[in-house]
Design a protein around this ligand. Structure first.
Ligand SMILES: Cc1ncc(COP(=O)(O)O)c(C=O)c1O
Length: 340
């Protein structure tokens, strides 16, 4: 019998739970140390850390799944490693090699195995790799020392009552600048999104939709998730722009829509005043998985896609294919699943 901690697996949300171990490694004098697991969930850093003042902080979000056959699946962890490397290059931070990243993720998952939600509960072990500039600094320049850590916690199924659509609102705020840091997963992008997110929620929407920061005519992101739409003639379309975070889930769906569902796919503009061309729409990401979009409020107009209460058939098929791969129920494309 596999040992798990005593948690109410069916009712887990997306909130911090302290697990037993986290990985921590320091970069000093131009190199990474060996890294180790620790039970201490507090980081002790200099008051001059660039992460505290100048936003020199990058992170990732990924999940480990208890598969149908009892093994543990990591989904496209190499893609998270590579995206973190790109984020680090953008903020002049040292990179973590892909192998080191994946080995550290595996160590954290193994050490906290008792916290992986059992197969069938719809939960997963959410992993949060992050890197911050630390050390005694004061000027606006890159730190000379860095801390890289990975912690984890069990999270519940995103949709407790089934795959239900929710509504979103186009925000007047920009998430990222046209030639800024939108394509990198850096802390500053998220600090700026808190107020628009709250404003949307206060108006009873799930989250804010951000338009492109140059012309404010095209949909870019849906909260912390990418947008996709299925046109009335069955094309899968998702926007591309230098201010969108390249979602690993989105690129997975582009592949699955084409190769498994036989749809035409396209990375192209999604004009906010041309939503009529879509039969279905959704938001996708590690946390959001696939969240069907019921409707979008844009100024005075409220546009409903498939339905405000039911998921559309193609969105549902994509969800089943994606989650089937993650939980080991459906064969995965080459290299997508790494066993812990
Ligand atoms: C702004 C933003 N867009 C999209 C995504 C979805 O990316 P992924 O599918 O890699 O989780 C995330 C989450 O990582 C995000 O923070």
């Amino acid at each position: 019998m596999r040992k798990t901690v005593d948690l109410d697996w069916a009712n887990l949300g997306f909130s911090y739970i302290k697990t037993d171990y986290r990985y921590i490694s320091y970069w000093k004098d131009g190199k990474w140390d060996d890294g180790a697991l620790t039970e201490d969930n507090k980081v002790h850093i200099s008051e001059g850390s660039t992460a505290l003042h100048y936003g020199q902080t990058v992170f990732e979000g990924m999940k480990a799944y208890r598969a149908k056959d009892g093994s543990i699946n990591l989904f496209r962890a190499d893609q998270n490693a590579e995206r973190m490397q790109r984020s680090c290059r953008r903020l002049l931070m040292p990179e973590i090699p892909t192998d080191t990243f994946i080995e550290a993720v595996k160590k954290v998952v193994k050490a906290n195995e008792a916290y992986i939600p059992p197969y069938g509960t719809g939960g997963s072990l959410y992993l949060r790799p992050f890197m911050i500039g630390v050390g005694d600094n004061i000027g606006v320049k890159p730190a000379e020392e860095y801390l890289f850590s990975i912690f984890c916690m069990p999270v519940g199924a995103y949709f407790k009552g089934g795959l239900l659509p929710t509504n979103f609102m186009v925000s007047g705020y920009d998430r990222a600048a046209g030639n800024g840091t939108g394509a990198a997963k850096v802390g500053g992008n998220y600090g700026g999104s808190l107020l628009p997110g709250r404003e949307a929620q206060q108006k009873n929407f799930s989250d804010a939709i951000y338009l492109d920061p140059i012309t404010h005519t095209k949909i870019e992101e849906v909260g912390s998730a990418n947008f996709f739409g299925i046109t009335k003639d069955n094309k899968f379309i998702t926007p591309v722009s230098p201010s969108i975070l390249p979602s690993i889930t989105k690129y997975s769906l582009l592949y699955l829509a084409k190769e498994r569902l036989g749809l035409e796919v396209e990375e192209g503009d999604v004009y906010v005043d041309e939503l009529d061309r879509f039969a279905e729409a959704g938001a996708c990401g590690t946390a959001a998985v696939i969240s069907p979009i019921g409707g979008i409020q844009y100024g005075e107009d409220f546009h409903v896609f498939y339905s405000e209460t039911e998921v559309g058939p193609i969105t549902k098929k994509l969800y089943e294919e994606l989650t089937g791969i993650q939980y080991g129920e459906v064969p995965a494309p080459e290299g997508w699943i790494v066993k812990v």
